[in-house]
Design a protein around this ligand. Structure first.
Ligand code: HEC
Ligand code: HEC
Ligand code: HEC
Ligand code: HEC
Ligand code: HEC
Length: 669
């Protein structure tokens, strides 16, 4: 939705956009001193098969995590093939203390701290280490990891550390930092240029690599014109077409019509679009009912629509958010509620998510949004000649490069290959478009233009290289995930998702395919982003070094599952059911410390996360209300099972939990 401000994994999470990605931001971050340490580690990728001297790329990643499927590139700016990755930055420690490092790895690794060799390993998809204990200085320690991809199979690395106080876990994110260098800024500018090129759909007119071999967003659609006249009002469409960004600063559609006739041409096209009818005749316009408006106001709050929208009926006017003042002018009567129920019905890649509203809820919200909106003027009836002129203009102005309609497209322009770098000061990138030129106008900021120009100088092969973790980073920012996650109490932490949930479950959940709500005690809902779900799920897990498909587990050990059930039970077990429901059996005594139904957990959680969580929830969420059952030496208070060995008990509970909806209910007394 918003124009990309600053690429980088941390962009969505912090507003003071930082690190390697500082370059792109115009205001807040150019003031950041170059030598100031920023979160994450600088990572240099180098193609080892390539004879090109330029086959290197720099970026910032949150941790020493990487997952690159065989035959895929580690970065959009490198070709696939053997590569090295070098993480560099600082590891800070609150105390002077000893730490041990271990790694899950397919490839070769070298870890250096304060210029001393700590761990060297070569592994084929297994664990390596632990290293000898290393003494870290209080404060920062120079930290460097070099990784070489394996000759065969997917390349991956997941580094962890441990100490006397805690068993192996990923290095705390806040302990890793790097310095921002000029080279780093340049690299981030290049990424921003590529992102602007993708987001603003340049390739729809200047055709480049085939969309199906490339990044998913190159296939992004725009609202279909089929039947649009039944859904949108003519007068509003005319104003939008003449200048989309005047109506919505974050619009991705450019202004296409040339002065002096732009307004008149836009009216003709709108008249043509308004003539494209489909479905039932529009309802009569009704004044919103006061009771419904009030219910709608409450729903608007409960569902946190303000994460992405300005509140109707107030003076809030954040240009990064979508406003509602115009909804009565835009939506044909009755069509606003229909839109709210299915925002992606006519525009698959829309950024407005689906809240699975009931018809009543949609009507209430529609009433509330309309109550604060301006009243429309009556649309005047256009003449047949105007409609005909509009049809011709729609065919020749480039509209059909983005919008679908069964009508011949007569617009042509230069292919991407013809846009040599020297041309990127003119046409769509002209600084002072006079409104007469033939090229569309995007209203870019000067840093966006500079970034596009940096991108122009590359071979642009990066448009055919899809790196899932970067897709997820871009889209999480653009879809404003962190405007809910991390902003409201009780919402799951966003940074943890990729190392916690199975990609299969995450895809189904983000896509809105699940019929249950993991946390029924929260009134808010996670809305569905159907078209983005798979890319987000695979990308977020890849960012944590986790594969796109969960490896198969051996069949369930029924003997262990029986012991697991005992351990979860009240009678001589841990009484986990006091807080956790199990299938249809409700939790017994929650007192505001609800746990998620354990019957969902096997399909939801990555096993490693499950294990670490149950071993000590406070290491993952220091504010968790779930008790710690096991001591740091791995001993359990229940010595009747497995001689009190924590890991074996946790494994037995896992076998029980894996039964999912077939879990026999635990004993409750
Ligand atoms: C609606 C179609 C359309 C879209 C979308 C579009 N352009 Fe253009 N572009 C044009 C037209 C038309 C021209 C004028 C050149 C011509 O005569 O074809 C042009 C010209 C240019 C030129 C100058 C070429 C020259 O030889 O003078 C550049 C560079 C350019 N566009 C880059 C971009 C970039 C980057 C984007 C995405 C941000 C983009 N364009 C999106 C239609 C489009
Ligand atoms: C994650 C961000 C996000 C959330 C949360 C969200 N929206 Fe939206 N919404 C959008 C975006 C982006 C658009 C613009 C879509 C487009 O036209 O491309 C939009 C468009 C709309 C529109 C149409 C406006 C127009 O001019 O076309 C309505 C109405 C709307 N949202 C209502 C709601 C309501 C009601 C809620 C809460 C239940 C909500 N939205 C929550 C992102 C969001
Ligand atoms: C580069 C792609 C592109 C081109 C070219 C383009 N549009 Fe759009 N259009 C979009 C996108 C994307 C949206 C959704 C809102 C946004 O993000 O800007 C949109 C929205 C619209 C809407 C509002 C639809 C709704 O229900 O919200 C109308 C009407 C429209 N465009 C008409 C046109 C016309 C007419 C032309 C040609 C003069 C045109 N567009 C050219 C991409 C494009
Ligand atoms: C309007 C607020 C809102 C927005 C925007 C939002 N989420 Fe959520 N999300 C929630 C809520 C509420 C939950 C908890 C739902 C529950 O457990 O019942 C949730 C849960 C999740 C979960 C499951 C986590 C778990 O531990 O169960 C994932 C994954 C997720 N969101 C991903 C995303 C992604 C990716 C985006 C951006 C594309 C996003 N969310 C945007 C409100 C939001
Ligand atoms: C005092 C209440 C309480 C007790 C007792 C409790 N838990 Fe929890 N548990 C929680 C809370 C709170 C969460 C975090 C819920 C969230 O993510 O919103 C949680 C989360 C979990 C999760 C992650 C679930 C998921 O799908 O994300 C697992 C697994 C888990 N608990 C297992 C157990 C086991 C096994 C026991 C018994 C040994 C137990 N819990 C006892 C409160 C409790």
């Amino acid at each position: 939705m918003s124009k990309p401000i600053c690429p980088g994994w941390q962009g969505a999470r912090t507003t003071a956009l930082l690190g390697c990605f500082a370059f792109a931001c115009s205001s807040s971050c150019t003031t950041v001193a170059a030598d100031k340490a920023e979160p994450g580690l600088a990572v240099r990728f180098t193609a080892l098969d390539s004879d090109k001297a330029t086959a290197t790329d720099l970026t910032v990643l949150p941790n020493v995590w990487l997952y690159v499927p065989a035959g895929k590139p580690p970065s959009p700016f490198l070709s696939s093939g053997k590569f090295s990755a070098q993480w560099a930055g600082f590891l800070s420690s609150e105390l002077r203390d000893n730490y041990t490092f271990q790694v899950e790895l397919n490839g070769d690794l070298k870890l250096e701290i304060n210029d001393a060799n700590v761990l060297e390993a070569s592994a084929k998809g297994t664990n390596a280490g632990p290293s000898k204990p290393v003494r870290l200085n209080k404060g920062t320690n120079a930290f460097k990891v070099t990784f070489i991809s394996p000759a065969e199979g997917d390349a991956f690395i997941r580094l962890s550390w441990s100490s006397k106080e805690f068993p192996p876990e990923p290095i705390t994110l806040s302990a890793l930092t790097h310095n921002v260098t000029p080279e780093c800024r340049k690299a981030s500018q290049l990424r921003l240029g590529r992102e602007v090129f993708i987001e603003f759909r340049c390739a729809k007119c200047h055709a480049g690599p085939a969309p199906d071999t490339a990044i998913p967003e190159l296939a992004m659609d725009a609202p279909t014109f089929e039947g649009i006249g039944s859904r949108r009002r003519c007068d509003w469409m005319a104003r939008w077409i003449a200048d989309p960004q005047a109506l919505r600063p974050t619009a991705h559609m450019p202004a296409l019509l040339r002065r002096p006739k732009a307004k008149e041409d836009a009216e003709a096209i709108a008249a043509f679009l308004a003539s494209l009818k489909q479905g039932p005749a529009p309802e009569d316009a009704k004044e919103p009912d006061a009771g419904q408006t009030e219910s709608g106001r409450k729903l608007f709050e409960t569902l946190h629509c303000i994460a992405c929208h300005n509140t109707p009926g107030t003076t809030e006017n954040d240009p990064q958010k979508v406003s509602f003042n115009h909804v009565r002018e835009k939506f044909a009567p009755g069509r606003l509620a229909a839109f709210l129920q299915k925002p992606d019905e006519h525009y698959a890649w829309i950024r407005m998510p689906n809240f699975k509203l009931t018809a009543d809820e949609a009507a209430q919200l529609a009433a509330f949004l309309q109550s604060g909106a301006d009243k429309p003027k009556d649309d005047s009836a256009p003449t047949d000649r105007t409609i005909e002129r509009g049809r011709k203009l729609a065919q020749t102005s480039g509209c059909l490069n983005c919008h679908s309609l069964k009508l011949e497209n007569q617009f042509k322009t230069k292919s991407l290959a013809d846009l040599t770098p020297d041309k990127w000061k003119q046409g769509c990138l002209a600084e002072n478009a006079d409104g007469q030129a033939k090229a569309p106008q995007f209203n870019f900021t000067s840093s966006e233009r500079e970034a596009l120009r940096a991108f122009a100088t590359t071979d642009r092969a990066s448009l055919a290289r899809h790196v899932p973790a970067e897709f997820a980073e871009r889209q999480a920012r653009s879809l404003r995930c962190s405007e809910c996650h991390g902003k409201f109490e009780g919402f799951p932490s966003f940074d943890a998702l990729g190392g916690k949930l199975k990609p299969e479950w995450m895809k189904a959940f983000i896509g809105g395919e699940l019929t249950y709500k993991p946390r029924p005690w929260i009134e808010a809902r996670m809305p569905a982003f159907a078209k983005y779900a798979e890319g987000l799920a695979i990308g977020l897990t890849a960012e944590h070094g986790v594969p796109p498909r969960t490896p198969a587990e051996p069949s369930i050990d029924m003997e262990a599952a029986k012991i697991g059930r005992k351990l979860v039970s009240a009678n001589g077990g841990f009484f986990c059911v006091s807080c956790h429901a199990v299938g249809s059996m409700g939790a017994m005594q929650v007192f505001e410390s609800n746990g998620i139904n354990l019957a969902y957990t096997g399909a939801r959680l990555q096993k490693e996360h499950y294990r670490r969580w149950v071993r000590n929830p406070l290491r993952i969420d220091p504010a968790s209300k779930m008790p710690v059952y096991f001591d740091t030496d791995g001993r359990s208070p229940l010595t009747d099972y497995f001689n009190g060995d924590a890991e074996q008990q946790i494994e037995a509970i896992w076998q029980y939990i894996r039964l999912g909806d077939k879990m026999p209910p635990p004993e409750t007394q």
